[in-house]
Write a protein that binds this ligand. Structure first.
Ligand code: AMP
Ligand code: GLY
Length: 437
């Protein structure tokens, strides 16, 4: 099988690494890829937004499978363009059509979908750009903290959570006026605040059957102890103790199954991944958001734990026989630490040489914001690398991942030093014996 993988981040490096291990693979092309991912295949010099060029490339390289890493091309209709092209009949796309991609592309669409299919989620109301006063009035009726979300794609930055009603009003004004997030914010969703712990759960589906993939915990804030601004993710751990067997059974029955069934009932064909961003509220799963792709950096712990051949699962999607395929999972713990660039998620410098990757032992280094400058690997983005290690438990995996990060160097290197620490089982401390007088 000849495969084209789309994307350029750490997630896509992990996907390229995993696809390259498949016995079903003949050739892997990555567009645009990065210096890490292209080592597992060949760079595809093609502009995927130019359909004629993409068609010519797919035909010339005899590609029968296009795997889409990020959401943007899906929301923009890449799948539809390929599927509706009579010359590309034999090409399967892993990732939904534009209609299904609305699960991530529009918060309001996702909310209405969940209500229609009785999938647990926070109560909400939507407001359009002429409804600022109704939105402000609504704020006065609900309890703090206020959760305000831009409807469209805003790279994970379109959410404001605050207990200060004035700040909430300012956020509403900024969004509805189009100032904060452009068109993505001209509709907003105000929703009930959910208190609990977050879990990222994943499924893969051919639109009929689905298989759960390992769940993960993502560390979204830039600073230790979950402080500072939100980022794309500073680290990940899988499995997650809070997502135990009971909880995951509820996720399967109350979220995953009704989601796939709901898509079918609504006549929305769906092939690919669904990322269920969940809040565990006293053992009950609530959906915070759907994504129509895998997570980054969750993929860097989920795929290393997947023992099954990823292309075999994709082939199950292509032929509608996913129900016959197996998902086999390594039960060790994987921890991934993101090495970022000083200043991230704000401004940062790039172009600094990266050293030490070759010295890493017993861990995987997935590249994200990297580039080649002549013969040298240099930094080229906010999140530079993610380093994944396995351990028999979370403590061992943390130690190994951090040991590996220590041998990598570049100017501006920055990471959280507490990835996974909240998941380490605390020793039960015996109460000190009462002192004898
Ligand atoms: P989202 O972009 O919808 O994933 O939201 C970003 C982050 O905001 C989530 O990862 C949560 O930490 C937080 N969040 C979103 N919605 C809620 C909610 N209803 N209650 C509590 N926290 C939330
Ligand atoms: N790590 C969260 C995401 O990929 O959206």
């Amino acid at each position: 099988m000849n495969v084209l993988l789309i994307g350029s981040g750490g997630r896509e490096h992990a996907m390229a690494w995993k696809i390259a291990q498949s016995t079903l693979l003949d050739a892997l092309y990555v567009a645009p890829g990065n210096p890490g991912s292209i080592r597992h295949g060949r760079p595809a010099n093609v502009d995927i937004s130019n359909h004629k060029a993409l068609r010519a490339f797919l035909l010339e390289k005899k590609i029968t499978m296009v795997v889409v890493g990020p959401e943007q091309p899906l929301v923009e209709g890449l799948h539809d363009r390929i599927a509706d092209d009579p010359l590309l009949k034999g090409v399967t796309v892993i990732g939904p059509r534009q209609q299904g991609a609305q699960l991530e592309g529009s918060k309001e669409f996702a909310k209405e979908f969940m209500f229609r299919h009785n999938i647990p989620t926070a109560a909400h109301r939507s407001f359009g750009k002429d409804e600022l006063s109704a939105a402000v009035e609504h704020l006065q009726k609900v309890a703090a903290p206020y959760v305000i979300k831009a409807d469209g794609l805003a790279s994970g930055k379109g959410v404001v959570i605050t207990s200060d009603i004035k700040e909430a009003e300012r956020a509403l004004k900024g969004m509805l006026s189009g100032k904060s997030f452009g068109a993505a914010g001209e509709k907003v969703v105000i929703e009930q605040f959910l208190k609990g712990t977050e879990v990222s759960a994943f499924l893969i589906t051919d639109g009929d059957a689905f298989k759960m993939l390992p769940a993960a915990r993502d560390y979204k804030r830039v600073g230790n102890g979950d402080t500072g601004p939100n980022t794309g993710g500073m680290g990940a751990v899988s499995p997650v103790p809070m997502a135990d067997k009971d909880f995951m059974q509820k996720v399967h029955d109350r979220v995953a199954a009704p989601t796939v069934r709901g898509l079918r009932e609504d006549g929305i064909p769906y092939q690919g991944f669904i990322f269920m961003g969940l809040m565990n509220v006293n053992g009950e799963p609530y959906v915070i958001e759907y994504n129509v792709r895998l997570g980054d950096p969750e993929t860097q712990v989920v795929l290393p734990r997947l023992r099954s051949d990823l292309l075999d699962l994709f082939e199950g999607i292509a032929s509608g026989t996913l129900s016959e395929r197996h998902v086999d999972v390594d039960d060790r713990t994987a921890v991934s630490v993101v090495l970022a660039n000083d200043g991230y998620p704000g401004d940062h410098v790039s172009g600094k040489p990266i050293t030490g990757i070759d010295l890493v032992k017993d861990a995987y280094v997935f590249q994200a914001g990297t580039a080649m400058k002549g013969e040298r690997l240099v930094t080229a983005g906010g999140r530079v690398l993610s380093v994944t290690a396995f351990g028999k438990d979370v403590e061992h995996a943390i130690t190994k991942a951090y040991l590996a990060t220590n041998v990598i160097n570049y100017e501006g290197k920055m990471c959280r030093s507490d990835i996974g620490h909240d998941l380490v089982r605390k020793p039960t401390v015996k109460a000190p014996a009462a002192q004898q007088a």
